[in-house]
Design a protein around this ligand. Sequence first.
Ligand code: DX5
Ligand code: ZN
Length: 223
Amino acid sequence: MQLAPSLLTADFTRLGAEVEAAFEAGIRWLHLDVMDGRFVPNLSFGPLVIRALQPIAQHYGAILDAHLMIVEPERYLADFVAAGCDYLTIHAEATPHTHRAVQTIHELGAKAGVALNPGTPLGTLEALLPDLDLALIMTVNPGFGGQRLIHNCLAKVAQLDAWRTQQSRSDLLIQVDGGVNAQTIADVQRAGADLAVVGSALYQPNQTVTEALTMLRTALASG
Ligand code: DX5
Ligand code: ZN
């Protein structure tokens, strides 16, 4: 299972260095939490910040994955692709036109993901799955880093993993986001996730990125 840093609790006075530290420690996937203050009760950053980080990601050959916690995401898809995003993940709850948004993401040349909040049933994805590159199962209610993982969301991960095996869709990536840390990461992997977003477990004032990654990787290996 691959770790995908989320920057929400990183030191924003030295964001480039924080990202570089993760890449230097072998990370090759960056999870960018975009928030509009409407879909979630918080504001974060937009294409401008992603464009600034893109050259660093490119240097390391890392994937930029934008988690769009915004209403009507179709308004900004082109801007995030232009900023350098490889994956765009919209929320199923953020627009009635999820299928059209997925089509647009593909037309723009990026990979398409759809995210489900903890209260949204897995069945919501059914009609979209044939067209999806990634499914993001939220294990916290979106808007903030540092929350506790909601364990029963992992049942959706296991169901999705079984579905993709049954449908021979091993190409579909399953990403888990929220509350992943040394105590929960083995459960996340056991449920079948390919990607685990790590925010506050990675970026904390009292430890280096390398120390944090060592703890997470050890927990993963002994899980
Ligand atoms: C929450 C975001 C998550 C969050 C992860 O709305 O989508 O990516 O920042 O942070 P942790 O790992 O601290 O839960
Ligand atoms: Zn996220």
